[in-house]
Design a binder for this molecule. Structure first.
Ligand SMILES: [Mg+2]
Length: 239
């Protein structure tokens, strides 16, 4: 039967396992975080500095530095504030304000089924969300989606990863962490660039097209395509 070679399922979170309105969520996220820095006279440049620090994480290919280290180095440098001042503010933001962003999300009714199917098939299950957020923000979004961190063997977050999507290094780092060769992994996600580029690392791809995220006009290349419900059926039919 097709696909029986898979030992691991990597699955994206935002727009794949969780419905989320990014056009509302991202500006609200930035505005809420900016509120914590209101006392520092940063002016209108806060969002520009934040985006630049995030981009420095995405661009970083140094395997010796965690995404978290890269982010805070760049963010502190740009805001000209010490880590000891910034870190507690960011932590408070994720405790106090991030939970309020839940209103821009909705559970995907088929997400628990994908998790259950992967578990039944004894697949190694990886939440392969772009590791730009701290673990707490990922766990909160899982909760918004009716899922639990305990469902996953590995969750990628800003603390434990050294690369980001769409780089092949991100996917290769996961395969090393779970001890599974790329050709035995299936990456499922809604983003035609960030998720489907897992193919560059030798993984097979499943484009989840409930909330497909296109970038530009190029034709997406994938091995399989379907809804989240169809992904669950696909997993059920493995081997
Ligand atoms: Mg996504």
């Amino acid at each position: 039967m097709k696909g029986q070679k898979y030992r691991a399922l990597l699955v994206d979170l935002d727009g794949t396992l969780l419905e989320i309105d990014m056009l509302q969520f991202i500006p609200a996220f930035v505005a809420c975080l900016e509120g914590y820095f209101a006392g520092f006279n940063i002016g209108d440049d806060f969002s520009r500095h934040l985006v630049a620090a995030i981009n420095s994480v995405i661009d970083n290919r140094d395997p010796e530095r965690t995404n978290e280290a890269v982010f805070f180095d760049e963010f502190c440098r740009r805001l000209q504030l010490p880590y000891g001042r910034i870190r507690p503010l960011v932590e408070r933001f994720y405790q106090e304000e991030f939970p309020r962003l839940r209103k821009w999300s909705r559970p995907h009714p088929d997400a628990p089924r994908v998790v259950q199917s992967a578990r039944r098939q004894k697949l190694i299950l990886v939440l392969a969300t772009n590791p730009l957020f701290p673990r707490t923000a990922v766990e909160q979004r899982l909760d918004w989606g009716g899922l639990s961190a305990d469902d996953f063997d590995l969750i990628t977050s800003i603390e434990n990863m050294h690369f980001c999507k769409p780089h092949a290094e991100y996917y290769l780092e996961i395969t090393r962490m779970i001890g599974c060769p790329p050709e035995q992994c299936l990456m499922a996600g809604n983003d035609v660039v960030e998720d489907l580029n897992a193919a560059a690392a030798g993984l097979d791809t499943f484009l989840v097209d409930d909330f497909i995220l296109r970038r530009g006009h190029h034709r997406p290349e994938y091995k399989y395509r379907g809804s989240l419900k169809e992904l669950a059926v696909f997993i059920d039919n493995l081997g």
